[in-house]
Each structure stands twice: as structure tokens, then as C-alpha cells.
Design a protein. Sequence first.
Length: 374
Amino acid sequence: MIYALTEFLESLGGVFSPLRALNYVSTRSIAAALTTLVLVLLFARPVIRRLYVAGQRDRHRDFDEQLAKSKRGTPTMGGVLIIGAMIASLLLWGDWTNGYLWAVTSALIVFGLLGAADDLAKVRGGTAESGLSRGAKLLIQTLYGLLLGAILFLPNTTPFPEGYVDVIGIPFVKPEQYGGFDLHLSLFYVPFVAFVVVAVSNAVNLIDGLDGLAAGTALLPVAVYGVIAYVLGHANMAGYFLYPFQPGIHELVVFAAALAGALIGFLWYNGYPAQVFMGDTGSLALGGTLAVLIVLTKQELLFLIAGGVFLYVNLTHVIGDRIGIHYLGRRLFFRTPIHHAYEHLGVAETKVVLRFWIVSLLLALLALATLKLR
């Protein structure tokens, strides 16, 4: 809205010319972040109160009575705060003629609605098992991923430069146009996009279990991919770092900044002791949008570094739950996901969360270092 208005006024010239500063990516990114931050802080209390009165409260944390008793009854579905603030901010500061913005916002809405349906089913049923079935969620996530992959692959709908459509980035390796190597997937690019969407969205969803853990650990990869989008969308900067220039991708910087602002605001109320949980409404929406940011910047393999914390949690969960319990018939860890195992061993929840944040920060810095280390 503000972007379109300032574009129009700037075209009139004269006294309106200075308004062009409001259309700079840097200006709009800062404004979008501040907008989401302020909106979350302003509306958090009434939304939390409304969720509590409506009965949207956590009732299914039964993995350990002693660890969970202080959390039972805390309002959940707090992800509506993040999603609502994001949409309002992007309507103000986003360029809605940009295909990249439409793509990532579609993930925010689709995965947010999927998470909300799951949260509502769990609360009404009173247990974690009352939510949507794993198969139903995987089906919706896969269908969305395949549709997104097809849109990105087809020549009439892709926002990617010609010859770069089916390429995925390889950390520490220069692209072909700068004397390096490109990995082309051809038709396999479409199912690969679906795989990334499903894997990343569920990885973020699984790590949500301690106060401030999901929001804090996701904030740093979001910032990493925001920086990468800024580099890719600036012709001179992309050339300096030896990356292919992607016209229009700079709009993802505005989105990433808005998401970062919303997460910081949410942490104000989600930090220990949490006054609200994001629920699957927030964690699935967060994971889905992060997955699309990864795909659009074509830095899918970089998530092995930037999202190392999520991979660790998911890998230990698969080993402990799927392999240990289902196939070997015994526990390989005290609890899964693994952050609950640390609690079981007596490590304070706040210390577990803080250490995950620190590791996530270190991995984010390493991911950013790949900009030059190639």
C-alpha cells in the first residue's frame, strides 16, 4: 500500500521526489520489521486473553508430569500473532507486483491454516493424538511443495533467470558462470522442491517444545537467508560475491525482516516462562516460509549448515523414536525430541534454550561465511 502510493507520488516529481527513499529495500525492510514488532507487542495481551477465554490452551504435554505441569493451560495458537502482524506489515511495505513475495506469502498462509486446523483439533480433543493425522498433514505439505515446484520450474511462471531454473546452490562452490559448477536437476527439481518444503516445515515444527526455542532458533536462519536475498538481488553485490543475479529477489529481504521483527516481538511473551505458545499454527507457518525462502534463494544445501540445529533435533528424533522404539524396541535417548532429554537429565529449560540459540548463532555465522569461502 505505502510502496504503491509512494511509487505514484514519486512519478509526479516535484515535492514528492524525496519519497523515493521509502521505496528503497533497506528502508522498507527496517519499516516492515518495526511494524511487525510493534503490532505483536500491541496485540499480544488481548490475543492471549482471547485464546485463553476461548479454551485454546495447551493440554497435551504429558511426556513428563513434573516437567509439564507448570505449562499446562498456557494459551496456544499464538502463531496467529505472527501471521497477522506479517500480513499487515507486508500489505503496507511489500511490492505486490513481485512474484517472489507472492510465493513466500502463500506458504505463510497455507501452512498457517494447516497448523491452525491441527491446533484446533488437538485442543478440542484434549490430546496430542486428536490433531490431524500425520498422513493428512504430509499430503497437504507435499501437494503444496509439488505445486510450488511446478510454478518455479515452468518457463511461463518461474521468477528465475533463464538457464538457472533447475539449479540448486552448493556451499563453498562457485556457480558455472564464474568458472565453477552448477547442479542441474531437470524434471527432478519439482519433487526436490516438495521434499525441501516437507522436510524443513516439519523440522521447525518438531523443535517447538520449550519456551522460546522455535522462535529463537528460527530467527537466525531467517536472517541468513534475508542477507543472501539482498546479495542476490543487487547486481553489483551479486557479481562481487560471484553469485548469479536474480532480479526481484530483493523483495524477500522485506519479508525476512518482517518475519524477524515478528519473532522478536513474539519472544517477548514466549520467553520463559511463556505466556503463550505459537502452536502448530506458528511453527508450521514458520517452517513453511523458511522452506520457501531456502528454495527461492537457491541455497537449499546451505540449510545443512544454517539449519544444523533443526537437523540435529530431527535426526536424533528419527534415531530415538523410529529406529530405537519402533524397530529395536527400546529407548536410545531418555526423551525425544532431544531437547526434552536434556531437561530429563536435569539441565534447566532456560539453559537448554540458550545453548540452542548459541549453537544456532554459530551456525548462522558459518553459513554467512560461505558467501566468500568458495
